[in-house]
Write a protein that binds this ligand. Structure first.
Ligand code: MGD
Ligand code: MGD
Ligand code: SF4
Ligand code: MO
Length: 695
């Protein structure tokens, strides 16, 4: 039953600000609650989120592409019957791996779980991955390697309130998570960002490396820390392994060499280390700027090595963390929509994990497929021999968000069947053969897991509009048509959660002690939260990980021996500049949601490119002029914004625009071999002004 007042959380980013919703269909208002991460704050996206519920072009009915190539309304039975029949045909002709599934880190825990189960059980395919591969993958790989478990922040956000110094590599929370800034106010900030972002403006020290050189900088900071005697040898000996091997690489990265590679003055490097090492309570944090590189996992490892050498992780009041991204960026990577994963953050290659999950699902372990392939490779395989012939997309817009977007579009057009579930038309639904209209955040129940590993309740204020159905109902409807029982694909979120909790029991991300009742009582439950033992009391959850030991069998954290080799693509005569990409405060991701909010789209209506006035003068581009930015992959059009704080060798483009403004027309689809994350933050480009003819 819909209520007229509910406590819930913002639909957008990983901070998951607490909100109160009131009103009815067409007139929903939102206000911030005193939830610890936002404490009464919301950003402009959060304040305007209800507008998207009633978007004029909201999808209310299933759509099928007819023989004239138009998407026309149909009913659910026809749409689901057709999808199931085609999937069955394709699988019987080409094998189960001919069907791919592409999920999203915005999906609730319940949806992410059902999607993974649907792929492995109803489709029998290994070919599932999700947009988190574009987002969190590097930090996840590095975190697992270093600590034995990957939770964005292994401590509550509020711990940051007490920090003296925070080093933030490649994150811009002043725009991407504004309410987080209140937790950083008490600390001196060291920000590593090639441009003077809104966060860098608030920093005590801003290091401005050339994009793609963070690992060299991290090695240099470790070099200074050790050579100046800040190394915490006692901590390293007691709580870690591998220091010597990591140091053997860093020893060659003396400050002047690092300055030549990164452009960061040796004196600033020394100052950064002295601030961080001299503080009693210090944190190292990373964001996408340091992570979205062909060496992303190694770069994160470089910053973790620095934190370990200074004795920060697993110590009260200090630590390393990664600022996760999407609303359920954390939970979205724990329940099985990742190519190599089963629920509970278990590996699909681990025989014990397979046996446990197969038991919960009531199937034979041998029937579960093995690991799949990373998102970018999944898209690339479309229509190729041995690749996917059909793709089901839930909660992503890869036509705009994948690297080398021009190619991604061509790849999707080779499919025999593209099915997209969304609540709004997107660039990806526009290419679909079947579009399935789903409910949004304020119309559904579920749980999300925020950047601090805290499990939260999403609650429905409104009934589903039009003929929209929840993603859970859509997956269940398809699973039943593919021969599965209704009971194995429940549609009630709490029932899915209970099953998910059982499937996660004993895994790294153990939710088995959590249920809706505990969450609804307001208990702050961070995973792992195992089920209570017989006759015992409920587990209180784990706000702080690693205080006693790290999650590796020997209890120690691991240094990783890493070295810098540079981005995959270098600048040259034809493409002399580096383009990097990122976010602005008023738009979310590919902008499908926020571009529909009048206030936000009026404030930032079109794509832009930031460049230094001298770069503009050299290339003949004027402030406010439309510019053509080109790479070896393609060309994007963006309005020039001259910015004296930019590096002269670097351009910055936002990721929020479609069509010719899409920044991913430029980006390099090269992947980090360890994590599969694409190199979104470095592309060699040129820029020139476009003569606009008055009409
Ligand atoms: N307003 C808004 N907020 C969001 C989102 C959004 O789309 N809009 N998306 C959410 C999601 S999914 C995510 S993942 C997070 C992302 O949050 P952030 O990581 O904060 O976002 P980005 O803007 O991608 O990158 C951060 C900074 O990295 C810098 N950068 C670029 N290249 C490099 C480099 O080579 N090295 C270093 N050190 N820095 C570099 C950019 O200049 C940018 O200021 O935000 C979440 N919040
Ligand atoms: N160049 C460059 N590219 C990037 C990045 C970058 O920094 N630079 N960042 C990368 C990152 S960090 C991310 S996270 C990705 C984001 O990339 P995407 O996830 O592809 O982008 P979104 O705009 O969030 O698309 C989500 C779509 O799912 C829909 N949706 C939202 N919630 C639900 C739901 O519950 N169910 C269903 N069925 N649909 C839903 C929305 O309406 C929207 O159309 O982009 C990546 N791409
Ligand atoms: S910071 Fe993130 S969760 Fe908070 S209101 Fe803004 S978009 Fe929503
Ligand atoms: Mo993200």
């Amino acid at each position: 039953m819909a209520e007229h007042h509910v406590a819930t959380h913002c639909p957008y980013c990983a901070l998951q600000c607490g909100t109160e919703l009131t009103g009815d269909t067409g007139a929903v208002s939102v206000s911030p609650s005193w939830f610890p991460v936002n404490r009464g704050g919301l950003c402009r996206k959060g304040w305007t989120a209800p507008e998207v519920l009633g978007s004029a072009d909201r999808l209310y009915e299933p759509l099928l592409r007819n023989e004239h190539g138009e998407l026309v309304a149909t009913d659910w039975d026809d749409a689901l019957d057709l999808v199931a029949a085609k999937l069955r045909d394709l699988a019987s002709e080409y094998g189960p791996d001919a069907v791919g599934v592409f999920g999203g880190g915005g999906l609730t825990n319940e949806k992410a779980y059902s999607l993974g189960k649907f792929a492995r059980l109803a489709l029998g395919t290994s070919r599932i991955d999700y947009n988190g591969r574009f987002c969190m993958a590097a930090a996840a790989t590095a975190g697992n390697a270093a600590f034995g478990v990957d939770r964005g922040l292994p401590f509550p956000v509020t711990d940051l309130d007490e920090a003296e110094v925070i080093l933030l590599a490649g994150g811009n929370p002043a725009e991407t998570m504004p309410p987080l800034m209140q937790h950083l106010e008490g600390a001196e900030l060291v920000v590593i960002d090639p441009r003077r972002s809104a966060t860098a403006e608030r920093a005590k020290l801003h290091l401005r490396p050339r994009p793609g050189t963070d690992l060299a900088l991290a090695l240099g900071l470790l070099h200074i820390a050790v050579s100046e005697g800040w190394h915490d040898a006692e901590y390293t000996a007691r709580r870690t392994t591998g220091f010597e091997q990591a140091w053997a690489r860093a020893v060659g990265w003396w400050p002047e060499r690092v300055e030549r590679v990164t452009g960061v003055p040796a004196s600033a490097q020394r100052q950064a280390v002295r601030m961080l090492a001299g503080a009693r309570r210090a944190y190292v944090l990373t964001g996408r700027g340091a992570e979205q590189h062909g060496d992303g996992a190694d770069t994160v490892a470089g910053f973790i090595n620095l934190a370990l050498a200074l004795g920060l992780p697993g110590v009260t009041g200090s630590g390393y963390g990664c600022l996760t991204g999407q609303g359920n960026g954390q939970g979205g990577r724990e329940h099985g929509q990742k190519a190599d994963q089963l629920p509970g953050y278990r590996l699909i290659t681990d025989p014990g994990a397979r046996a446990h999950v197969a038991g919960v699902w009531g199937v034979a372990e041998e029937s579960l497929p093995g690991p799949g392939i990373p998102a970018t490779r999944l898209l690339e395989s479309a229509g190729t021999a041995g690749g996917i012939r059909a793709l089901l997309v839930f909660g992503a817009n890869p036509v705009l968000s994948a690297p080398h977007a021009g190619l991604a579009r061509a790849q999707l057009s080779r499919l025999d069947l593209l099915v997209v579930a969304d609540f709004l038309p997107s660039e990806t639904t526009r290419m679909a053969d079947v579009v399935l209209p789903v409910t949004q955040w304020a119309e559904e129940e579920g749980t999300m897991t925020n950047l601090e590993g805290r499990v939260l309740r999403r609650r429905a204020l409104l009934p589903p509009p039009g003929r929209a159905r929840s993603d859970l109902e859509v997956l269940s409807g398809l699973a039943v048509r593919l021969g599965r029982s209704e009971t194995s694909f429940p549609t009630r979120a709490s029932a899915v959660f209970d099953e998910l909790a059982r499937a996660s029991a004993g895994g790294p991300a153990d939710y088995s002690g959590i249920d809706y009742e505990r969450l609804d009582s307001g208990e702050p439950l961070h995973w792992p939260c195992p089920a209570e033992p017989e006759g015992g009391s409920p587990h209180p959850g784990t706000p702080r990980l690693f205080l006693d030991s790290f999650a590796h069998p020997d209890g120690r954290a691991r240094f990783t021996a890493v070295d810098w080799h540079g981005p995959a693509e270098s600048t040259d005569h034809e493409y002399p500049l580096v383009a990097t990409t990122g976010r602005t405060s008023g738009h979310y991701q590919t902008g499908e949601q926020t571009r529909r909010v009048e206030e936000l789209s009026e404030a930032e209506p079109e794509s832009f490119v930031r460049l230094h006035p001298d770069t503009a003068a050299r290339t003949g581009v004027h402030d406010g002029q439309l510019a053509r930015v080109s790479s070896a992959r393609g060309t994007a059009l963006a309005r020039a914004r001259l910015d004296g704080s930019m590096r002269q060798d670097t351009l910055f483009l936002p990721i929020h625009y479609p069509g010719t403004g899409c920044a991913n027309l430029l980006t390099n689809p090269v992947l980090d071999p360890r994590s599969g994350i694409p190199e979104f933050k470095v592309a060699a480009v040129s820029i020139s002004g476009v003569e606009e003819v008055d009409t």
